[in-house]
Design a protein around this ligand. Structure first.
Ligand SMILES: Cc1cc2nc3c(=O)[nH]c(=O)nc-3n(C[C@H](O)[C@H](O)[C@H](O)COP(=O)(O)OP(=O)(O)OC[C@H]3O[C@@H](n4cnc5c(N)ncnc54)[C@H](O)[C@@H]3O)c2cc1C
Length: 401
């Protein structure tokens, strides 16, 4: 069967769904093709920190109501080292800005509900999706759905299909430059049925390695440990995980971590990656399809949202005026923000983790950096400004009208 739309979107993660929603609000039709089923996409627990700008974007786009009710506004984080906690206060350092702790899967649920309520089309369980013809004026996406072959004809394709998706790979070799760094460790993450015993995220630097204390709700704690990149989850029974978490997180003043049943465990590799440019002809890459950050700076989902805000604006400009200069500005506009977030994520990762080739000199440098960041207002303000998110690009200044 052949279908037709204005923008064909690959992937129903935060990037693809938000793009479809923003396009709809601009009067532009789209179809979202997703490889997994709805339940899988809605239950996939990943990121959980929303920058202030993303919170504002979700509210302005009419999909922030449940987030406002159920999300947890956080006005700081704690850096813990040497058995002592040091709080970074966001509002006083950033002119009143903060973050919202609200799970990525909840954002995804809200967006799917909004798209379907607005009569939008999201096809789940799509196989063999392949973007084609995007170097011509007639792009399309071939795909299999419910056992039959289909073709989606469109004006533009948005590749929002994540790091392992087909969109980036469909671009001819040599047209993209890839910049990559892998890290010699991974994160072992658990979700625990344990009420948080601290109100804000804790980033802990410890001789055994990094640990992160965070929460998803008043009942659920989310905890991470730095482990070897090839760690075997079987070698990490619950008792060992809790023992390491206690060792790395607890302070000299008697603060204790509360244990609870482990609901989920995962191993997340740590990688920095950027593909440039984020456009080839009429195919636009957005979110993880174009870039990855290590999760230490909590930037992955936030960058995906910033990308599609810019892309939706550029497409709206094109459909309103026929001019392509907004589309031409898409990749450079996004890449400026992406590289800032790449640097921040790399910097946080480098400051807080144990590296296998660290010597005593390197450890002293890390410790000095931590002491500086927690004692100098200027250094703390720099961390806070990046963490809550720099202001979005001023789209009114994009040359599209
Ligand atoms: C385990 C894990 C933990 C993370 N933790 C954090 C964190 O704590 N903080 C943070 O900021 N970020 C975190 N991230 C990163 C964050 O989740 C991503 O940056 C975010 O999901 C990017 O959204 P996206 O829409 O670009 O991509 P995705 O969410 O990956 O969505 C892509 C979608 O495309 C679909 N797809 C893939 N291939 C195809 C295909 N061929 N055809 C059709 N559909 C396809 C996928 O099923 C998926 O639904 C984490 C990521 C992982 C993997």
């Amino acid at each position: 069967m052949n279908r037709k739309t204005q923008v064909g979107i690959l992937g129903a993660g935060p990037a693809g769904l938000m793009l479809s929603h923003l396009l709809h609000r601009a009067g532009i039709a789209s179809v979202v093709l997703e490889a997994r089923d709805r339940d899988y996409v809605e239950q996939r627990v990943r990121a959980g920190v929303l920058e202030q700008g993303v919170v504002d974007l979700l509210n302005e786009a009419g999909v922030g109501e449940r987030m406002q009710r159920e999300g947890l506004r956080h006005e700081g984080i704690e850096l813990r080292f040497g058995g002592t906690g040091h709080r970074i206060d966001f509002p006083s350092l950033t002119g009143g800005r903060a973050i919202m702790v609200y799970g990525q899967q909840e954002v995804v649920k809200d967006l799917i509900r909004a798209r379907l309520a607005d009569g939008g089309t999201i096809l789940f369980d799509v196989a063999n999706a392949m973007p084609q013809g995007f170097d011509t004026g007639k792009p399309s996406i071939r795909y299999t759905h419910a056992g039959a072959e289909h073709m989606l004809a469109c004006d533009f394709i948005a590749g929002c299909d994540g790091f392992h998706g087909v969109s980036r790979q469909a671009i001819p070799a040599g047209a993209l430059s890839a910049f990559e760094r892998t890290y010699p460790f991974a994160w072992l993450g658990i979700l625990a049925q344990a009420p948080p015993t601290h109100d804000e995220l804790i980033y802990a630097y410890h001789d055994h390695g990094f640990a992160l204390y965070s929460m998803r709700s008043p009942q659920i704690t989310r905890l991470y440990l730095q482990v070897a990149p090839d760690a075997d989850l079987a070698a990490w029974p619950d008792a060992r995980i809790w023992s390491e978490l206690h060792a790395r997180l607890e302070t000299g003043d008697g603060w204790k971590l509360t244990e609870g049943p482990v609901l989920e465990r995962l191993l997340a590799p740590m990688r920095s990656f950027v593909a440039e440019p984020m456009r080839f002809g009429r195919l636009f890459l957005a979110g993880d399809a174009a870039h990855i950050v290590p999760p230490t700076g909590a930037k992955g989902m936030n960058l995906a949202m910033a990308d599609v805000r810019t892309l939706a604006h550029a497409l709206a400009g094109f459909y309103a005026t026929g001019r392509e200069d907004g589309l031409a500005a898409y990749s450079p506009t996004c890449l400026a923000r992406i590289w800032r977030a790449e640097h921040f994520s790399w910097w946080m990762t480098s400051m807080l983790h144990r590296f296998p080739d660290d010597d005593a000199f390197g450890r002293r440098l890390q410790r000095s950096q931590l002491e500086y960041v927690t004692s100098s207002r200027a250094a703390a303000a720099s961390l806070a400004e990046n963490y809550v998110g720099l202001p979005f690009a001023d789209l009114e200044e994009l040359p599209h009208a």
